[in-house]
Design a protein around this ligand. Sequence first.
Ligand code: MG
Length: 389
Amino acid sequence: MTETAAAPDPSQGCAAIIVAAGRGTRVGGTLPKQWQDLHGKPVLAHTIDAFRTAGVSQIVLVLHPDDMPRAALLLADGVEAVTGGATRSASVRNALDALAGRGVARVLIHDGARPLASAALIARVAQALDHFEAAAPALPISDALWLGDGGRVQAAVPRAGLFRAQTPQGFHLDAILAAHRAAPPDAADDVEVALSAGLDVAILEGDEDNIKITWPGDLARVARIMGQAGMDIRTGTGFDVHRFCDGDAVVLCGVRVPFERGLDGHSDADVGMHALTDAIYGALAEGDIGRHFPPSDPQWKGADSRIFLRHAAARIAARGFRMTSADITLICERPKIGPHAAAMQDALAAVLEVEPSRVSVKATTSEQLGFTGRGEGIAALATVTLVSG
Ligand code: MG
């Protein structure tokens, strides 16, 4: 999906109608498809976001009366809802009536179950109305077409000149409202209504990703495309503490730092690497370091903490994510971290197999307050960001 085209100029009075009154459950599940979960929110919420991203700030949702309570969270910042009618055309007409008399010149009418309409596509339709009475995206057909019956091919159908229609379909408001008032009530889409009123409809280039969620598998396909677009972004945090004990060095973020004390722990007590490892498990919602490497298990006695971080890094890859940033803060009065920070950054990046520029290691004191201030131990904080795809 490209997002490069200019947004529609809001001063042109461009509004969107998103039709979402259907009860369609052919996609599977018990909820209508526009209310099913897609990356943590309803399909319809993504569809609304698509228009907001494209700069369309006035949006009318057409909803089934039963869905009005469900829609409460979506109604804000220029988004309103009207109740749908008995047919698609009747539903759209209710929304057009709601927009009439408000100074809206242009309207884009869109299926609620198409959450992947790109900003570029939306802008293309809106801008085409500078030159055309109506405009809609479509794609030419590449597969052969058959007429079938009873599981048998009855005839081949010539595909020349045929298109697959998409939405948003764009119109001048007055023209499409008049067309709807005069049209038969059972049109398949608004272009059919426009044609019945004699409007000239331009065909614009559609987008293969602008899928209408309809059949089982469509929702997963849309989720996959969204994932590839980097839309699943996760953050995790980690915190760890180890107390000082007798010794002559501490291991911090994979680097041995000579010091007059050591750090006490079941493994090598690398407090920075432990916080980072926990942050990764946190972003993936896969528990913490103790769940994967129980301290009660003697095999981790004195273990190199790289083993833990390497495991967490493998989980990132296995879950289809990549790490875009890690930020670790070590909290102690001594030893001084600054002279070792670059080596720590390199050591962590090597285990994670990422560029060192994606890993930050910094340090702070606690102004001699608390257990770190009294020199009883070292604490560490970590934050990571993971992106799918
Ligand atoms: Mg620890």
